[in-house]
Design a protein around this ligand. Structure first.
Ligand code: PRX
Length: 672
C-alpha cells in the first residue's frame, strides 16, 4: 500500500467520532499489514458476518482441517443448546500440531518456556519446543493416558503448574477425545475434590510441585488430600518438576499413583488423532456463579476450535514471526484459548512462564519480554495496576522494542491504567486490544481489531465479527446504559452447564424471554457505538480477574458453628479492581463472647481450605444484623455504600432502617 493510501485508511477511521473521548487511531505499521482495511473494512466484514453467520464462520472453519466436512454450519433447533458444524469430524490437537507440521512448521518453535527460579545452579530453565517435538510429546502422553485405560468421553482433571507439560497434557486429552477439566493451581484440596466429583473424573494429572514467588508448592500433596474423597478417580498421574529428582515429600499410593516418566518409558510417540464430531465435548472448566456451587462450563470440539482460531488471528493480528505471550494461567479460560489452543491453531510461537511477575524482582516480566523478544503481550488490568505501583524504572532498565501489540483481559481496565500501559509498555506505538469475553463464550466477543478499530482508553470498543451485541434495559428495550446482551449464537458458545441443563437456561437465557444470552455484565454504548463494560450485575465479583461468587464465600462462613448468617459484597479495590467485603452475624450464644480477630482468622483459614487463598475477603466485619427488605432480601447495595464510604441510597424499603447505622458504626470502629 502506498503512504497516501495508508493515510487515507487512517483518516477514514478517524472520521465520524461524535464523542469527545481520547481516541487512538490505528498505527501506520498496522494499517499497512492489516488483514482488514480500516474501520470501514471492519464495518463491511462485520455486516457481512452478521447477515451471513453461516458464510462467515463456514469460511473460517474451512481454513482448518476436518476429517469430514459438516452438513450444517449451525443448528438452532435445540436453542439455547446450539450445535455448530454439525456432523463435521475434526480434532483440535491435530489442527494445532499435525496440520502445522504439514504446512512446513515442524521445526518452528511452538512453545518457549521459562521457569521461575533464576539463581545460578537452581532450577532455572529455558526450553524451546518445536511443533514436531510437541507432537511427539503429546502423542506419548496420549498413549500413557490410553495405557491407564482412559478413552474417548472420559473426564480427567488436571492440576499443574504453568509448565509446558500442562499444555502437553491438555493437548494429549484432546487428541484422544478425553475431556479435560483443568483446575487452577491456586485452588484448595476441597475445591479440586468437588470438581473431580462433579464430573466423575477418572484420573487426576498433576506434578509433584511447581514454583510461585520463590516457593516450591507441593501440588501432589493437595491432590492426595482431594482424591481421598473421590470415588471415581482411579489414577493419579504424577509428573516430576525436576527430572530424576522428585520432591521428597511426594508420596505415591500403590495401585493408584503412577509416575509419568515410568509409564512413558518405551511408549510410542505416535498416536492417531480421534476424529471427533464437532459437538462432542472438548473440555469442562468450572467457574463461579451466583450460587455456592461452581458451574462446569462445557465446550465443544469444533465450534470452540473455530472461535479460538479466528479470534486469535484477527484480534491479535497473529503473524508467522510473532512470539505471543498471554500471561494467564492455563487454569483459567484465557489460558485455554490464548495460551494453548488459539496460538497453536495459528501456527504461532507462544511463551509460557511458570511464576509470578515479582519473582525475583519487579522487573521479571520486562526481562522476559526483552530476552525472548516477545512481540504480543496480553495481560490483565490487575497486573497493569501492580506494574504502575512498582514504578516505571523497572521498565526503563529493559528493552521492550520487540513489542508491537498489547492486550488486556479479565476485568474493566480503568483509563489511567490503559494510558500507562500505552505509554510505558507500548511506547505509544503499540495498539491495545481490550478484549471482553468470558469462560462461557470460549473466546473474544468485544474487542478492537488492531489496524482497524480506533481505540478509546477503557472501552472494549466494538463486537467481534459474527457477534451481535446489544445493550438492553430490564425489559429488553435497547438503551445506552444497561445490561450487555448477545442476540445471535457464536461458535465458541458453551454447550451448557455439566449435569444441569436447566441451570444453564435459567442463568443465561431467561432474562429476556430466551431471545438473548445474558452474560451478567453491565454496559454503556456511547455515541460512536462503542461499548464500555461496567462490571458484573449479578452476585459475582471479579477479584484480580478471578471470578468469585459471593454465595460461595457465604456458604463457607455458614459452616462455622458461631456464624448465623453472612453477606459478602464486591467493593472497589485500587489494585485488584474489586475486593470482597464480608459482613457476618454471629449466633447469639457467641455474639460478644468470641475474640473477633481470632474468629476472622479462622474464617479466612476456612476460605483457604475450601476455595483457595485468592478468594480471601479484604475484611470480615462482625455486625449485629444485615440490612433486609420486609420480604427478607439482603440489600447488598447498602453494604457496598457503607464499605465505599458513600451516602446511603434509598433505605425506605428496609424492614428496620436503624440497622444500617449500626453496621456503619461497627464497620468504622473495626476499621479504626
Ligand atoms: O465481568 C466480565 C469480566 O470477566 C468476566 C468473565 O470472567 P471469566 O469467565 O473468568 O473470564 C475471564 C477472561 C475472559 C466477564 O463477565 N471481563 C473479562 N474481560 C473483560 C471483562 N470486563 C471488562 N472488560 C474486559 N475486557
Amino acid at each position: 500500500m502506498s503512504t497516501e493510501e495508508i493515510d487515507d485508511v487512517r483518516k477514514a477511521s478517524a472520521e465520524g467520532f461524535a464523542s469527545a473521548d481520547q481516541i487512538f487511531h490505528p498505527s501506520t505499521d498496522f494499517v499497512q499489514k492489516a488483514r482488514v482495511q480500516g474501520l470501514d473494512g471492519y464495518r463491511a466484514l462485520y455486516e457481512r458476518s452478521i447477515q451471513d453467520l453461516d458464510g462467515f464462520w463456514g469460511d473460517e472453519a474451512s481454513q482448518l482441517h476436518w476429517f469430514e466436512r459438516w452438513s450444517a454450519v449451525l443448528d438452532e433447533s435445540r436453542k439455547p443448546f446450539f450445535r455448530w458444524f454439525v456432523d463435521g469430524k475434526t480434532n483440535i490437537a491435530y489442527n494445532c500440531l499435525d496440520a502445522q507440521i504439514a504446512k512446513g512448521l515442524g521445526d518452528k518453535t511452538a512453545i518457549v518456556y521459562e521457569a521461575e527460579p533464576t539463581e545460578a545452579g537452581s532450577a532455572s530453565e529455558i526450553r524451546k519446543i518445536t511443533y514436531r517435538e510437541l507432537l511427539s510429546e503429546v502423542c506419548r502422553f496420549a498413549n500413557v493416558l490410553k495405557g491407564l485405560g482412559l478413552k474417548k468421553g472420559d473426564t480427567v482433571a488436571i492440576y499443574m503448574p504453568m509448565v509446558p507439560e500442562l499444555a502437553i497434557a491438555v493437548l494429549a486429552c484432546a487428541r484422544i477425545g478425553v475431556i479435560h477439566s483443568v483446575v487452577f493451581g491456586g485452588f484448595s484440596a476441597e475445591a479440586i475434590r468437588d470438581r473431580v466429583n462433579d464430573a466423575s473424573s477418572k484420573a487426576v494429572i498433576t506434578m509433584d510441585g511447581g514454583y510461585r514467588r520463590g516457593k516450591f508448592l507441593a501440588l501432589k500433596q493437595t491432590v492426595d488430600e482431594a482424591v481421598a474423597e473421590c470415588p471415581s478417580c482411579a489414577h493419579v498421574l504424577v509428573l516430576e518438576r525436576h527430572s530424576g529428582k522428585p520432591d521428597p515429600s511426594c508420596q505415591m499410593k500403590p495401585g493408584r499413583d503412577v509416575w509419568y516418566h515410568e509409564a512413558a518409558s518405551g511408549v510410542s510417540s505416535e498416536c492417531p488423532a480421534e476424529a471427533l464430531e464437532s459437538n462432542e465435548m472438548l473440555f469442562l472448566l468450572y467457574t463461579s456463579g451466583s450460587t455456592g456451587k461452581p458451574k462446569g462450563i462445557m465446550h465443544s470440539v469444533g465450534g470452540y476450535m473455530v472461535h479460538a482460531y479466528t479470534t486469535n488471528k484477527y484480534s491479535f493480528d497473529l503473524r508467522g514471526d510473532d512470539l505471543f505471550w498471554c500471561t494467564a494461567d492455563v487454569g483459567w479460560v484465557t489460558g485455554h484459548t490464548y495460551v494453548v489452543y488459539g496460538p497453536l491453531l495459528n501456527g504461532a510461537s507462544v511463551l509460557m512462564y511458570e511464576g509470578a511477575p515479582d519473582a525475583p524482582d519487579f522487573g521479571r516480566f520486562w526481562k522476559i519480554i526483552q530476552d525472548h523478544k516477545v512481540t504480543i503481550f496480553y495481560t490483565a488490568p490487575t497486573a497493569i495496576r501492580a506494574f504502575m505501583k512498582w514504578g516505571d524504572d523497572w521498565l526503563k532498565k529493559h528493552d521492550l522494542s520487540s513489542l508491537r501489540l498489547l492486550g488486556s483481559v479479565g476485568e474493566p481496565i480503568n483509563p489511567e491504567a490503559w494510558l500507562w500501559f500505552h505509554k510505558n509498555v507500548g511506547a505509544e506505538r503499540c495498539p491495545i486490544v481490550d478484549t471482553w469475553w468470558q469462560t462461557e463464550t470460549g473466546g473474544h466477543m468485544i474487542t478492537p481489531i488492531p489496524g482497524c478499530t480506533p481505540t478509546k482508553p477503557g472501552s472494549a470498543t466494538l463486537p467481534f465479527f459474527g457477534i451481535d451485541a446489544a445493550v438492553l434495559d430490564e425489559h429488553g428495550n435497547e438503551t445506552d446504559h444497561g445490561i450487555l446482551a448477545i442476540r445471535k449464537p457464536w461458535p465458541g458458545i458453551t454447550q451448557g452447564i455439566f449435569g444441569d441443563p436447566q441451570r444453564y437456561i435459567d442463568t443465561y437465557w431467561n432474562r429476556w424471554g430466551g431471545q438473548y444470552y445474558f452474560p451478567g455484565d453491565g454496559a454503556i454504548r456511547d455515541k460512536d457505538g462503542y461499548l464500555w463494560i461496567t462490571g458484573r450485575v449479578d452476585d459475582v465479583v471479579n477479584v484480580s480477574g478471578h471470578r468469585i461468587g459471593t454465595a460461595e464465600l457465604e456458604a463457607v462462613f455458614i459452616e462455622h458453628e458461631a456464624v448465623a448468617e453472612s453477606a459478602v459484597v464486591g467493593v472497589k479495590h485500587e489494585l485488584k479492581g474489586q475486593g470482597l467485603m464480608a459482613f457476618v452475624i454471629l449466633k447469639s450464644a457467641f455474639a460478644g463472647k468470641v475474640d473477633e480477630t481470632d474468629l476472622a482468622k479462622k474464617l479466612n483459614a476456612m476460605v483457604d481450605a475450601k476455595i483457595g487463598k485468592f478468594a480471601r475477603p479484604e475484611r470480615i466485619v462482625f455486625v449485629p444484623d444485615l440490612p433486609k427488605t420486609r420480604s427478607g432480601k439482603i440489600m447488598r447495595r447498602l453494604l457496598r455504600d457503607i464499605s465505599e464510604g458513600r451516602e446511603l441510597g434509598n433505605v425506605t424499603t428496609l424492614a428496620d432502617p436503624s440497622v444500617v447505622e449500626a453496621i456503619r458504626t461497627k464497620f468504622q470502629s473495626a476499621k479504626a
